[in-house]
Design a protein around this ligand. Structure first.
Ligand code: FAD
Ligand code: NA7
Length: 547
């Protein structure tokens, strides 16, 4: 086929150098022998773990499965010392993988991609960087990150604030908060981690809480040598279990309904999970229906409320910290979060009851007129999740149609990896991909995409594109699965509810990684049904810049 093709700069362009982009570069370049260029606006690899350097930043997937599974030797070599990994450790791991596979020479940093246009005449993608430079490729892989586009609320007076102002997802290299008056807005997973780590290190900490959280202990700590050895001896089984499970967190998910056991047994199971630690484990390892049955959900929620009452000494603070709604956001865990509010230097402001009115030069002023004076204000206000980074790039597919227009009623996809009208564009963790531990989910998608590209290369297929029917059917499936759960009833980023004006819609396949992988397998076994593989389009030539 190559004789009939005209040259592109690369066979494939990958945007993003986190877990997803690194894996795609390895697969496409090292396994398929394609020429690949990765672009990232960051100054280094790591994605999430490059940007989120705030104090306390930690993966709450346990370390033994928060990693790639493909390199069996590395699984044996890597020193696991603690149950969870802190941000610097995850960054060091990803940097090591990049070095180990000599990937760095094909990654270009400090380069934001601002547009990507599909040239229908030649069946190639042209991407443009913020420098104005353009690059062409036959395949475009978007590994833009599902929790990456920061959400900074447009609070009146933001620009007048004279102190230090940070978002946790764009954390500065250096900071010194010793003795300072620090404020944190947001009590999601990130806020909880940051607040817990900051409290003992700052002068005064003011926590601005809109929604109280159900949080359970993470249970972090050193791993005994025998535990690590057992992981290493059993990795094949571990990964088989992870890939076949729902949330893919490396623990056995419960099959027992919460209301099928006695009250005493329920409390025992909750207490055991509380003592063991882990947010996903508490929601999915205790009983099978915490996320689906209102009574089961309330039982779990009531257990956590009871713990808050036990831990927090001041009754009024405890009341403010106690959620009363469903336990149906991404489950979170902590390293002593509720305990922090027993400290003399920590103050809780309930901004649901008493909203932030404005920022002044040196304070957050709340609706009651109180001025909370600060030297530092930290936004732990989350992300424009899933499609956020897509909307920040001018992506144009067939007939010049923009992705923004295609997704105007909410982002959709076929299997989380492809979307109609955007041929040869493959998404890692695109809309309606699995809601699960991300590394095995990313590997599942990456392997599947790589197999598909290999098939295209071997068979002279010029374009791969999902059909509208397949995309609609996948979206409908995702919606109906979500409706079986309680998650749509809680306002969170999982449905886009955290961003004012964003369409509230399903953005994940909540059917579990195991079922998702079965779908991928069935589609490829069925000659990639739902995708149109066309060889009749004009063939773009194989790139000559093979690395
Ligand atoms: P990312 O790591 O987000 O990488 C995307 C990259 O794309 C970024 O480096 C970004 O700079 C780049 N990019 C985006 N747009 C452009 C552009 N236009 N031009 C150039 N570059 C661009 N997941 C779990 O499974 N378990 C956890 O415990 C867990 N903890 C988390 C904790 C935090 C604080 C956060 C924020 C996320 C956490 N996640 C967790 C989710 C985490 O994002 C994923 O696990 C994983 O790191 C995602 O990898 P990725 O490569 O898909 O995306
Ligand atoms: P989340 O889970 O979206 O949490 C953001 C927090 O910020 C949450 O408490 C929000 O309150 C709060 N928030 C958001 N916007 C505002 C405004 N405008 N005013 C006040 N408070 C606000 O983000 P995280 O970074 O904690 O976690 C995201 C994922 O990343 C997490 O699950 C991990 O996987 C890593 P709300 O609840 O909306 O009332």
């Amino acid at each position: 086929m190559s004789a009939t093709r005209t040259r592109t700069d690369y066979d494939a362009i990958v945007i993003g150098a986190g877990f997803g982009g690194i894996y795609m570069l390895h697969k496409l370049r090292n396994d398929l022998g394609l020429s690949v260029r990765v672009f990232d606006k960051a100054g280094g690899v790591g994605g999430t773990w490059y940007w989120n350097r705030y104090p306390g930043a930690l993966s709450d997937t346990e370390a033994f499965v928060y990693r790639y599974s493909f390199d069996k030797e590395l699984l044996q070599e890597w020193q696991l010392k603690t149950r969870y990994l802190k941000q610097p450790q995850i960054l060091a791991y990803l940097e090591h993988v990049v070095d180990r596979y000599d990937l760095g020479r094909d990654i270009q940093f400090n380069t934001a991609i601002v547009s990507a246009t599909f040239d229908e005449a030649q069946s190639i993608w042209q991407v443009t960087a913020d420098s104005g430079d353009t690059y062409t490729a036959r395949y475009l892989v978007t590994a833009l990150g599902l929790l990456s586009a920061t959400n900074i609320p447009n609070i009146p007076g933001r620009e007048t604030f004279d102190g230090e102002l940070y978002h946790t997802g764009a954390w500065p290299e250096e900071h010194d908060f010793a003795g300072k008056r620090v404020g944190v807005i947001g009590t999601g997973s990130t806020g909880i981690q940051a607040i817990t780590a900051l409290a003992p290190t700052v002068g005064h900490l003011t926590v601005f809480q809109r929604s109280p959280q159900y949080s359970v202990p993470a249970g972090n700590g050193p791993l005994a040598g025998e535990v690590v050895e057992a992981f290493k001896a059993n990795y094949d089984n571990i990964w088989t279990g992870v890939r076949g499970s729902a949330v893919a967190f490396g623990f056995s998910e419960s099959t027992v309904a919460a209301m099928a056991v006695s009250e005493e047994e329920r409390q025992r199971v909750f207490q055991e999970a509380w003592d063991l630690g882990g947010g996903f484990r508490f929601m999915f390892g205790t009983f099978a229906d915490i996320a689906t049955d209102p009574d089961a959900n309330e039982a779990a929620a009531a257990f956590v409320r009871g713990k808050i009452a036990e831990i927090v000494k001041d009754p009024e603070t405890a009341r403010k910290l106690t959620p009363t709604d469903l336990y149906a956001k991404r489950p979170v865990c902590d390293s002593g979060y509720y305990q922090v509010f027993n400290r003399d230097n920590v103050e809780l402001v309930d901004i649901k009851a008493n909203p932030i009115a404005e920022l002044t030069a040196n304070a957050v002023r709340t609706a009651d007129g109180a001025e909370h004076e600060l030297d530092v204000l930290i936004f732990a206000t989350g992300f424009d999740a899933v499609d956020g980074n897509y909307n920040r790039i001018d992506i144009r597919g067939r007939s010049g149609k923009t992705m923004v227009d295609h997704w105007k009623d909410g982002p959709t996809s076929y299997l989380g990896v492809a979307t109609t009208g955007f041929p040869n564009l493959f998404m890692i963790s695109g809309p309606n991909g699995p809601f699960a531990n991300l590394p095995p989910s990313i590997e599942s998608q990456g392997e599947w995409i790589c197999d598909l590209v290999a098939k295209a290369e071997q068979s002279g297929i010029a374009t791969i594109e999902s059909t509208q029917e397949a995309e609609q059917a996948w979206t409908a499936d995702c919606l109906s699965i979500a409706d079986v759960t309680l998650f749509p009833k809680a306002a969170s980023w999982i449905f886009g509810a955290n961003i004012p004006g964003k369409t509230n819609t399903v953005m994940f396949y909540l059917g579990g990684l195991g079922n998702y992988r079965n779908h991928l397998q069935a589609v490829s076994d069925n000659n990639y049904e739902g995708l149109e593989l066309r060889s009749d389009a004009v063939l773009a030539p194989v790139s000559e810049t093979v690395s």
